[in-house]
Design a protein around this ligand. Structure first.
Ligand SMILES: C[S@@+](CC[C@H](N)C(=O)[O-])C[C@H]1O[C@@H](n2cnc3c(N)ncnc32)[C@H](O)[C@@H]1O
Length: 268
């Protein structure tokens, strides 16, 4: 763990540092409940894309980078049957992830390491079949280096799934400058995002996903990012309303309103 202190790639390559992540906590998983809610349109769409392109079976090993709280790992095991691995920078988050997996009666390996740590990258070189990134890579300036490391960790032909928030559309307006600064907004331009990843991966899918943000759960990313309590409450109510409407009207995706960018591809 000495490597975490050394912060190998240098502080200025990270938009969000260790301090920032140490203070981010979500609610605990209650008795293995899966927190990737299918009543939210964007989630349903993401799930159907993953089901379309990803293989199933316990011979496949998946790594989630920045895996706390572990809910996506639970989903990946329950839905696809994968053997689950996570890498996580914060020790307390490693412990909480393990406890959430335990709550879902799952066994998984959660590696306490900086993703950029050379010994981590070496130990797990060409080890995984699937690399899963939900809200991780957009916190680094050196996106191409992150992608290069994903390629190193994957076996030949391995699958890459990246889901990042789209903060270049209207959602930019909801966030404080301080929080926006924790994100790499440049890669939220679809062509930059796609071009960078395509250097190492062959695209299966890449686009903006979700008609408009409508996650009204307490774990909602945008609600968590909005610090003002009354704005947060208002947004959650609005999302709840929007979500009801969207059940009847599957929306169109766009650069302005879609809440996510999604990439699914295979290692070249
Ligand atoms: C936005 S959260 C991701 C949440 C999770 N993927 C999910 O979908 O629920 C980012 C996570 O990455 C972790 N993290 C940040 N920098 C890291 C690094 N260099 N190596 C490993 N984990 C890191 C943070 O501690 C945090 O738990």
């Amino acid at each position: 763990m000495g490597n975490i202190k050394k912060d190998k790639l240098g502080k200025n390559l990270k938009f969000a540092d260790k301090n920032f992540w140490e203070n981010k906590f979500y609610s605990e998983n209650k008795k293995g409940k899966i927190f990737w809610d299918d009543s939210v349109y964007a989630n349903r769409k993401i799930h159907s894309l993953m089901e379309k392109f990803l293989p199933t079976g316990n011979k496949y090993k998946v790594l989630e980078v920045g895996c706390y709280p572990g809910f996506k790992l639970i989903y990946l095991n329950k839905k696809f049957g994968y053997s689950i691995y996570g890498v996580e920078l914060i020790k307390k988050s490693v412990e909480r992830t393990l406890s959430n997996l335990n709550g879902a009666e799952l066994k998984g390996k959660v590696i306490h390491s900086d993703f950029f740590d050379e010994s981590f990258l070496k130990n797990y070189s060409s080890y995984f079949n699937i690399l899963f990134d939900y809200g991780f890579s957009e916190h680094f300036k050196n996106f191409d280096n992150v992608i290069e490391n994903y390629s190193k960790l994957l076996k030949s032909g391995g699958y890459l799934v990246i889901i990042i928030p789209n903060l270049e559309g209207i959602y930019k307006k909801f966030m404080s400058k301080n929080l926006l600064e924790k994100h790499n907004l440049k890669i939220m331009n679809l062509s930059v995002f796609e071009r960078t990843i395509n250097q190492k991966f062959k695209k299966l899918f890449c686009d903006y996903v979700g008609g408009i943000y409508s996650d009204s759960s307490e774990e909602s990313n945008i609600a968590l990012l909005v610090q003002n309590e009354s704005t947060r409450k208002f947004l959650l109510k609005l999302f709840k309303m929007l979500n009801k409407v969207m059940i009847y009207c599957e929306p169109f995706e766009s650069k302005t309103f879609s809440p996510y960018l999604v990439y699914i591809g295979r290692k070249r």
